[in-house]
Design a protein around this ligand. Structure first.
Ligand SMILES: [Zn+2]
Length: 324
């Protein structure tokens, strides 16, 4: 009898243990599911925010494209004297212009413009990507501008030559592209620039007359007053160009090629003349990838894609006229 009771007792204990075990595994399972679901929810939320942002950008660019189409319709309906008024307003804009880097040449509703000029510019090359960029431009029969730095290897020498041979503008960007050296003194700047100019002349047979200051004329790193450098450059018969549109490929934030195109398309509709800043370095694969869709979309809104030359409206952060 006593044995029976103790058997019954241990059986009861076993059952209780089994039930506890089951309870534990159910609770653990439920816990794991809750964690998985929470992680999924957070991931979905992040994705949602990302998509919302993307949608916002797309919406903005559709609106700007619509605005352009609207403007073009209005233009078509306006008087045949528009050409005259365009060149006048263009001059007016150039005069007052460059004071504000962003206000430059901005279209107003009253301004009638004949065509939208877009200058694609590539800084810091040549690089492993230069021939890819040149191939795309060649295929599309488009000329652009390369603000190059000094490299003396054979591959680079061929690329400078190819840029010139294929009708692009070979612009100077400095030989060393080392800000602390170039901007250490007026003499250092002079030496660097003349080194690049005579080097490019030797390699290509062409003397470049167009340049872009490393970091732009508005850079905050120069040890020398930029106005002194501008004064010097002007005296040398050089013309410098900054930019009014950044593709964004220089920022530390890694944009996708779609985003680079988007950045350009949202801005380009604001100006009659756009100088687009891009980079030709080995690390900038997205820039190469963005090029075909960018060209397609720019041509889609009727933009003319041109190389910088001496007829190009000056896009300068510090206007050359503001310097004696
Ligand atoms: Zn640069």
């Amino acid at each position: 009898m006593e044995e029976k009771t103790s058997n019954g007792f241990s059986e009861q204990q076993m059952r209780r243990r089994r039930i506890n075990k089951m309870k534990m595994s159910i609770l653990t399972g439920a816990g794991i599911w809750i964690i998985i679901l929470s992680v999924l929810m957070v991931a979905m939320f992040v994705k949602l925010v990302f998509l919302e942002n993307k949608l916002d950008r797309l919406e903005k660019s559709i609106l700007s494209v619509e605005q352009v189409v609207e403007e073009q319709k209005e233009k078509a309906a306006s008087s045949p004297h528009e050409e005259e008024s365009e060149s006048m307003s263009d001059n007016g804009a150039a005069g007052e212009s460059a004071a504000q880097e962003n206000g430059q040449g901005e279209n107003t509703s009253t301004e009638v413009e004949e065509s939208r000029k877009v200058y694609l510019t590539f800084d810091d090359g040549p690089s492993e990507n230069t021939s890819k960029i040149l191939d795309i431009l060649k295929e599309r029969n488009i000329k652009a501008t390369f603000f190059v730095v000094g490299f003396d290897d054979d591959a680079s020498r061929e690329l400078y030559q190819r840029i010139v041979a294929e009708g692009h503008t070979l612009g100077m960007h400095s030989y060393s592209h080392k800000y602390d050296m170039i901007y250490a003194s007026l003499d250092a700047f002079k030496e660097d620039m003349s080194q690049l100019q005579s080097y490019l002349e030797e390699v290509t047979g062409v003397t470049p007359k167009i340049m872009r200051f490393p970091g732009g004329s508005s850079n905050q790193v120069s040890n020398v007053d930029m106005k002194d450098l501008i004064h010097y450059v002007k005296g040398e018969g050089l013309t410098y160009f900054d930019w009014n549109i950044e593709s964004g490929d220089a920022t530390s934030q890694a944009y996708t090629s779609d985003e680079l195109v988007q950045n350009v398309m949202t801005e380009v509709v604001k100006y009659d003349t756009s100088v687009v800043l891009m980079h030709d370095t080995s690390a900038k694969a997205a820039t190469v990838e963005a090029l075909v869709p960018m060209i397609d979309q720019l041509q889609g809104i009727g933009a003319e894609l041109l190389p910088i030359d001496d007829t190009t409206k000056l896009i300068q952060h510090i206007p050359v006229d503001s310097v004696e």
